[in-house]
Write a protein that binds this ligand. Structure first.
Ligand code: PA5
Length: 443
């Protein structure tokens, strides 16, 4: 399905200062392999590993959505891990292949909302309200808003809303129980950013026509054949961080269909590994900052920084081997600026620029990994999701932090709740920045 080329992070290629030496690699492999073996032993207790084995999931979804033909548009209301996986799948699947129009509303910007609202025909719209906790304020505000709209249009909300949430707790689950809404589970032990291969990502994907069996089969292939690669990937990124001070990971697909995958990865890597406290509550502040870049576009924007700015980055280039014949016929053969393009394909141009970037990065001693994919199909995407979920979970072991929580974001939520007057919240907003002196105006 895909290969990972690590030659560009080894000292033989980019030198000892930035690259991992064979000696370092062997030493840390020996040291950390037992940790990985323990991780594997415990793996089957991890929620995101258990869900990919649930073969009945697909049948349940088919049964629940046997009336899908009644709808023309699917609207996902969800944020973070409840939206990013669906967006990655949808983009890789290709809009032209969707059997329904899909909108993923993952923000509360009223201008964006208004734009989407103007496109919706409520009568033929199904809202999937997706929230693991069932308590996320952004998602709930959207749900309440659209519920009101559906009622105002004299439609039956029970036909237009399906919830996907925790099996036992939270506002959405309680409302479903009390008011009889259709409600599907996100298993208790599967957190938002690890939930793409649960109902969270599978249901919207099924609705738009994705073969969800393929997503799951790809994930299972990783489990069966490629666990050692998960160890190597996690180990390399960890060593580059702690031994070579590479604190930033840039994921740069040379393939537009994978750009949302980069966004999905960024959340996973950032929210899982960016932690202040270690397992024993000591302050350690771990993590690597993920950046989404796009080949070739960002060669004309960010690449200069990656090449000549601080040497604190690892670049992951993603590409697919698939070809699409689109030939350039050049009517301006007499001009040197473009004459070499005649009869070249855009594939050739893409390839040349990809190799150019890779060569330039190595020349500057920037650690660069290439992930090369045979074909962007749903099986490969499922494999990639699961590969990176495992790598992230195991990296949590390497950094000795909990990759499954996100305590840092709580304070911001509490402040927002206080400002909105939510019962039980009274956060003292001591740092009221609006009243400070240095607010300067430009007119
Ligand atoms: O990964 C996570 O846990 C978070 O990013 C959540 O996905 C996000 O906060 C949304 O939460 P919920 O699914 O509970 O609405």
């Amino acid at each position: 399905m895909f290969t990972i080329n690590y030659n560009g992070i080894l000292s033989d290629t980019i030198g000892d200062k930035d690259g991992i030496t064979k000696r370092e690699l062997e030493y840390f492999k020996q040291q950390l392999l037992p940790k990985f073996e323990r991780f594997l032993k415990n793996k089957e207790n991890l929620g995101f590993c258990k869900i990919i084995k649930k073969t009945e999931l697909e049948k349940d979804i088919e049964r629940t959505f046997n009336n899908i033909e009644e709808y023309n548009s699917i609207v996902v209301l969800g944020i973070g891990g409840s939206a990013l996986g669906t967006q990655a799948i949808s983009k890789a699947f290709g809009e032209e292949n969707h059997r329904k129009k899909l909108y993923v509303i993952d923000n509360v910007d009223p201008f964006t909302l208004d734009e989407i609202i103007s496109k919706l025909n409520y009568k033929s719209t199904l809202f999937l309200v997706i929230s693991k906790s069932g308590e996320t304020i952004e998602t709930l505000s959207q749900f309440i808003f659209f519920y009101d709209q559906i009622v105002k249009h004299n439609l039956n909300p029970h036909k237009h809303f399906i919830f996907i949430t925790d099996p036992k707790k939270g506002f959405l689950r309680n409302l479903a129980n009390e008011k009889g809404f259709k409600c599907l589970d996100v298993p208790e032990d599967v957190g938002g950013r690890f939930s793409v291969l649960s109902n969270v990502g599978l249901v919207p994907s099924y609705c738009v026509g994705v073969n969800i069996k393929d997503l799951l089969s790809g994930a299972n292939k990783i489990d069966k054949n490629s666990l050692e690669n998960v160890f190597m990937f996690s180990l390399f990124l960890y060593l580059l961080n702690i031994r070579k001070n590479k604190k930033i990971v840039v994921m740069m697909p040379y393939c537009d269909r994978l750009i949302q995958f980069s966004a999905w990865f960024s959340q996973l890597w950032a929210e899982s590994l960016g932690k202040k406290y270690g397992k024993n509550n000591e302050i350690i502040r771990t993590g690597q900052t993920p950046i989404i870049a796009r080949g070739v576009t960002d060669q004309h924007s960010q690449l200069q920084l990656y090449l000549e700015g601080p040497k604190d980055k690892i670049i992951i280039l993603l590409r697919s081997k698939e070809k699409k014949q689109l030939i350039i016929n050049n009517p301006f053969k007499e001009y040197d600026s473009v004459n070499f393009l005649d009869k070249k394909s855009f594939d050739e141009l893409y390839e040349a620029e990809f190799k150019g970037t890779y060569g330039a990065l190595l020349n500057e001693g920037i650690p660069t990994i290439i992930i090369e994919i045979e074909k962007i199909d749903m099986e490969t995407l499922g494999a990639l999701f699961y590969f990176f979920e495992l790598a992230t979970a195991f990296s949590g072991e390497l950094y000795e932090i909990n990759p499954f929580d996100q305590p840092g974001v709580e304070l911001g939520k509490k402040i927002a709740f206080t400002l909105l007057g939510k019962k039980g919240y009274n956060e003292n907003i001591a740092n009221d920045i609006e009243h400070r002196e240095y607010v300067l105006t430009c007119n």
